[in-house]
Design a protein around this ligand. Structure first.
Ligand code: ARG
Length: 424
């Protein structure tokens, strides 16, 4: 029976309409149980539930959360209807002073906060894997690129540390989203609160209309996921290039390479390609929810039921992509010979030559012209080697890769020390 069946007559809702309106939100179930627990506590404080009834609710909610999706039914309009039905007799009291509008906003915020925590842990794990590789490759010389043209020598460790910095910013975006998801909408009711005098939950959203209409926390999460995927996609693109015969900077490991159904010789960087592909979906989800929300009058509108699917999908992709990429990066085999050969291109030291002339007092523009002339005439003979050149370009350049690895590792360890012992 619908939660609102008292309002309608005896004619049942059409099957087509019912099918269309049904929410695909079962994944929210444990979080809605958590939110319902907070609300039940408020009802007990106000004397609407007895201590015994609260205990009963508590036990039932734990059981329902454990059963998960299996507890829901096709007949339920949404996960909130499922939970109220599953609570049985005491469920008939639970909705006092609450609407599905503040209920869903509460559960969804809890869900998004958990998704952020999961994302943070997975980002840290990938960053740790990249850092391990950077440490081992701190002295490995390779060409650095601009415009995908060989530019100046760097170390492979330095390049990998750039990825670590990108991931550090991704982590910050998830942290922000987690903080934005924290306030609790309960107490807002359908849109304007309730006459029942229930205590405010901790960290209550201050305005009832905003409490039920706001989905910025979900947008922030989707932005975090989109930003992360844009970075993962850039990393993936480099990996795709590096494992080509043309670059040959690295070889795909068997743990993360796939073959061709037709061409016996092929090994494909499917993980990297799918990560790159998923970036498109991640961006689309953010654009989609922004568009869903943009014209909505306050307060709640059922358009907002469209907010969950993109977030569920983003959470799954973030976790699965980070996990797979971690394996690929952990097991990738770098081709040191080829990297050294590419880095020995004397052209990479043309800038060093010009700077040597500047150190001797020449204006830079004149030095640039002089060295460019040598490049054109094929007479450039740099006086240094790539390794020397690197050593003379200190932080933020590649000259102190070992020290940069150490400080990045310290940052990661400090974080692990402060987050251990939390629910994460
Ligand atoms: N299933 C709805 C959602 O996901 C819950 C809120 C429904 N509220 C309502 N008044 N129909 O947003």
């Amino acid at each position: 029976m619908a939660l609102w069946s008292g309002r309608t007559g005896d004619t049942p809702l059409s099957a087509e309409v019912k099918r269309f309106l049904k929410a695909a939100d079962a994944e929210l179930l444990p979080y809605d149980c958590e939110g319902t627990r907070i609300h039940a506590e408020r009802l007990r404080s106000a004397g609407i539930l007895t201590d015994a009834e609260l205990d009963e609710v508590d036990v039932a909610l734990k059981r329902i959360a454990k059963q998960g999706v299996a507890a829901t039914s096709d007949q339920d309009e949404d996960v909130h209807s499922s939970i109220e039905r599953l609570l049985g007799e005491v469920g008939r009291k639970i909705h006092a002073g609450r609407s599905r509008n503040d209920q869903v906003a509460t559960a969804f915020r809890l869900y998004v906060a958990a998704a952020c925590q999961e994302g943070l842990a997975a980002i840290d794990a990938l960053a740790a894997a990249v850092l391990d590789r950077a440490e081992r490759e701190a002295e490995t010389v390779m060409p650095g690129f601009t415009h995908l043209q060989r530019a100046q020598p760097v170390t492979l460790g330095h390049h990998l540390l750039a990825w670590v910095e990108m991931l550090e910013r991704d982590r910050n975006r998830f942290l922000l989203a987690e903080g934005h998801a924290a306030p609790v909408p309960l107490g807002a009711g359908a849109l304007a609160g309730s006459t029942l005098e229930l205590p405010a939950p901790d960290n209550q959203v201050p305005n009832s209309l905003d409490a039920v209409a706001d989905r910025d926390f979900a947008l922030d999460y989707l932005y975090g996921a989109a930003g992360l995927f844009v970075h993962l996609s850039r990393i993936a693109e480099e990996l795709v290039l590096w494992v080509t015969a043309e670059f040959d900077f690295a070889r795909l490991p068997e743990t993360a390479a796939t073959g061709s159904s037709m061409m016996p010789q092929k090994l494909n960087p499917d993980v990297a390609e799918l990560v790159r592909g998923k970036a498109g979906s991640a961006i689309g989800r953010l654009a989609g929810l922004l568009s869903t929300i943009k014209g909505l009058p306050l307060a709640y509108n059922l358009d907002l039921q469209e907010d969950k699917q993109p977030v569920f999908a983003a959470r799954r992709d973030v976790s699965h992509a980070l996990g797979a990429l971690e394996v690929l990066i952990r097991d990738l085999e770098f081709n040191h010979e080829r990297l050294a050969e590419a880095a020995s291109d004397p052209m990479l030291l043309a800038t060093d030559e010009a700077e040597r002339l500047v150190a001797q007092g020449q204006p830079f523009r004149e030095a640039h012209e002089q060295v460019a002339g040598q490049v054109r005439g094929g007479t450039l003979a740099p006086s240094a080697e790539a390794a020397e050149s690197i050593a003379s370009r200190q932080a933020p350049g590649p000259g102190s890769t070992a020290a940069a690895v150490a400080s990045a590792r310290e940052r990661l360890q400090r974080r692990r020390a402060t987050t251990s012992g939390t629910t994460r």
